[in-house]
Design a protein around this ligand. Sequence first.
Ligand code: ADP
Length: 544
Amino acid sequence: MIQTPMDKYDQHLGKNDANYVPLTPLSFLRRAAEVFPDRLAVIHGVEQRTWAETFARCRRLGSALAARGIKKGDTVAVMAPNVPALFEAHFGVPACGAVLNALNIRIDAEIIAFILNHAEAEVLITDGEFSSVIREALTKLDKRPLVVDIDDQLATSGERLGELTYEELLAEGDPNAPWTLPEDEWNAISLNYTSGTTGNPKGVVCHHRGAYMNAIGNILAWGMPPKPIYLWTLPMFHCNGWCFPWSVAALAGTNVCLRGVQPSAVFESIMEYGVTHLCGAPIVMNMLLNAPESESLELRDRIQMMTAGAAPPAAVLERMDAMGFDVTHAYGLTEVYGPVTVCDWHEEWNERPVAEQAALKARQGVKYPVQEEFFVANPETLEPVPADGETMGELMFRGNVVMKGYLKNPKATEESFEGGVFHTGDLGVTHPDGYIEIRDRSKDIIISGGENISSIEVEGVLYKHPAVLEAAVVARPDDHWGETPCAFVMLKADEGATEESIIEFCRENMAHYKCPKTVVFTELPKTSTGKIQKFVLRERAENL
Ligand code: ADP
């Protein structure tokens, strides 16, 4: 940090209580409740609450936790699908100074135990649906946290494991408790473990300031109007629902909860509640497109959808548009609070052919207005690559929407911040218009005969094949070429294709050296956040 000498604009003009308040998304909740107390904040089946009621419940949660001794530096973990309790935890937990650790609901007992031990969780709030995995995880803990059961009316299964229910915990709290902001906006607000496909997961620590910034960043980048009706198709545990619990509060919108993302439930919610906005990984778009219900879908208005988490194939973007969804493509990582770049749209692009528009939109784009720098560079020299759409480098961030670091892992923190920028581990190019496009995660790139092949590019071609439902391309070891692209493909129901016909289709649509040499027809293994597990496929490709 550079210290500048005091000048006349500094003397007697310091920070004080009147002119400086720590930035925190906790402020958004209070405002929503003050300005729109009667507007619906949360809909979960018959359970519907206004902003005033939600604020009261969050004050209860914060004060009940505080009364049980939870304070700054403590961790409160939550294992839940998109239910009101997890939404409330995004406010109630930091309100008592503690850090919210939303757990990925698909992970197994071993990893849950690792995380709870590593985070030293004092409290675990858990939904009945996960009682068997949580029961097993609890047996593996160094120290048992206070276990609180969410007794959700819409849960279909589950058993109580804890000392009390979530509603009983709220009953211990005070609905009029003072709403305390953190003393310092740099305090941690959330802890999210990355999926950790190799080794133990890393705990990404985010701060109040960054969460505040990116909640606003979402609104700016997506052009969100006041009062959105926001459908929770994105897991709220995934990078804190990409900061959207806080964005929706800032706009005093309505959260429509969903325990799962079956297309029928998504379409029903859209129709019933007049949903205006939703988010999801490209796999969610694919699921909606291929659901039988999509054929009879008649949307009253166009729906705004933000996609991120994996590269959306241009063909999928094109079909979503035709179904009535305006798709905004964003990109980010847990380390940058979820999405923090967007393929910001230029109006003149509307004149281009539809397929070209989809290709433009498939790019990860440019930084959010709240992020300082986003660029592609040589990872060693940090020299930016030329904007030629060809030279690959690593995607880097710098600015206020970057994590504090990894919990209790100074080595990983230092490595990721080497040279004063955050290294994403994603590889891509800068186009002449300055827009950035991901070509791969560094570990997913295929090197064949010395040439780099982007698995995403090959997948983009495969998704254009009319019989292909899902596709993933990984490297397969090859004696002659070193590696060759190996495609794993799931066909649409009632469609057929042969390995030869798929390869032939690829040869017609891209440079021959990039075409898959092997095609395997199979279901694709996925993570809970909708990413195809390429490491599983790589192992399979090695053993073919
Ligand atoms: P993990 O998948 O490791 O749990 P994240 O959820 O933070 O962690 O995922 C971030 C990664 O997802 C990025 O590094 C990138 O590889 C991928 N990703 C996210 N958004 C996009 C996108 N729009 N296009 C391509 N890849 C994306």
